[in-house]
Design a protein around this ligand. Structure first.
Ligand code: GLU
Length: 372
């Protein structure tokens, strides 16, 4: 059975090379249609699919009459703005044939690193998936300058997979997976079907070195992406997608791929991250009722909070303190400290009246909470 059979939440990364004819800047329509069939089949099984696609620059540059070869940053940004329209349109046309709705989301590095923006992006993506849409993600190249860019969509896709706690990240590539050395130059290179647990320096070395000028894609960034994904409990997969119709159906039919299997699942990895690696910026003192609710796996509601201490932003980690003064849990709080103080002790239905807007129902959602 392939990792695709068991996964429920899947991120698929598609590179420009697979999707766009570099000469004409046209989308490989037939190929995209077969990918659309595969995605529709996964959706029909109830699986959630998110696409991270490149191609905006490759498509857009032709329409602006930009020359072949390396472009300057502003030219790239202009090309991305032009190409993104056509890229999204192509996906919507193809997936629309299967009654699927595409939702365009453009992200920058900041959105995955700044906790508040991270939580916003996570909430929006989760909502889109809940509503049955297929998020189509690309880097927001038009506003991202070199310093703040991911620069390659492999890493962006891995961050997205971690952000939404995906079970599986599939990187469709121009090669069927990882080899012990570069198979194009080393005839003794052997295929690596599976990497379990930690991605060690030995594994990284197999990918070779990043050639200068070749900043995007390539095995080095794919391994870096696999590392980000598996660190968050997401299984990562590299397989052939280029000039190969129905690339996802192929995986299910046993096509060759390298699978990176994490030690933990996304849920455990996320809980470990919340419990271990974040320093609490504040403390929420809760009453006995809230304590019981937390113990039975429920969210922390504002009504159960007696007192708020510390200086924190929305999305920061905070400690939850029981009536005896012991820390019993940690979580990512959905409100800024001022707002949290104002709604503490109040019913969820009163939040809008107190704050003047309707925020989350919970002070800390159970997915963002871990008992200690
Ligand atoms: N975001 C870029 C684009 O859509 C591509 C980045 C990459 O190729 O990884 O054109």
């Amino acid at each position: 059975m392939s990792a695709l059979d068991t996964a429920n939440r899947i991120v698929i990364k598609i590179g420009s090379q697979l999707l766009v004819d570099p000469e004409t800047g046209h989308v490989h329509r037939r190929w995209l249609e077969t990918l659309g069939q595969d995605i529709a089949a996964l959706r029909a099984e109830g699986k959630e699919v998110t696409i991270v696609s490149s191609g905006a620059i490759a498509i857009g540059r032709r329409h602006l009459g930009l020359p072949a070869g390396k472009l300057m940053l502003p030219e790239n940004q202009a090309a991305a703005a032009t190409g993104m329209v056509r890229l999204t349109h192509a996906y919507q046309e193809v997936l629309g044939q299967h009654d699927l709705t595409v939702a365009q989301v453009l992200l920058t590095l900041d959105d995955s690193e700044n906790r508040r923006r991270y939580i916003n992006a996570r909430n929006t993506l989760t909502e889109l998936l809940k509503l049955g849409a297929v998020p189509l993600i690309n880097e927001n190249d038009t506003v991202a300058t070199d310093e703040i860019r991911f620069g390659d969509n492999d890493r962006l896709a891995a961050r997205v997979a971690a952000m939404i706690s995906a079970d599986l990240l599939i990187m469709l590539s121009d090669i069927d997976g990882l080899y012990t050395a570069n198979p194009q130059v080393d005839p003794a290179a052997e295929f690596v079907p599976e990497v379990r647990g930690q991605i060690t320096p030995e594994i990284e070395a197999m990918a070779g070195v990043q050639l200068s000028g070749d900043t995007k894609g390539g095995m080095v960034t794919k391994i870096a992406a696999a590392k980000i994904a598996t660190g968050a409990g997401t299984t990562a997969m590299i397989t052939l997608g280029k000039a190969t119709n129905n690339p996802l159906a192929r995986i299910r039919n046993g096509a060759r791929c390298t699978v990176f299997i994490p030690d933990a699942n996304p849920r455990t990895a996320r809980k470990e991250w919340i419990a271990g690696s974040l320093k609490p910026a504040g403390r929420l003192h809760v009453d006995a009722g809230a304590l019981n609710a937390l113990r039975s796996g429920k969210s922390l509601l504002p009504a159960g909070v007696n007192r708020v201490e510390g200086a924190f932003e929305r999305g920061d980690a905070v400690a939850i303190i029981d009536p005896d003064g012991r820390e019993i849990a940690r979580g990512l709080v959905a409100y800024h400290q001022d707002e949290a103080s104002r709604i503490a002790g109040h019913k969820t239905g009163e939040i809008e009246e107190i704050l003047g807007y309707r925020g989350r129902d919970e002070m800390i959602h159970r997915d963002d909470l871990v008992l200690i």
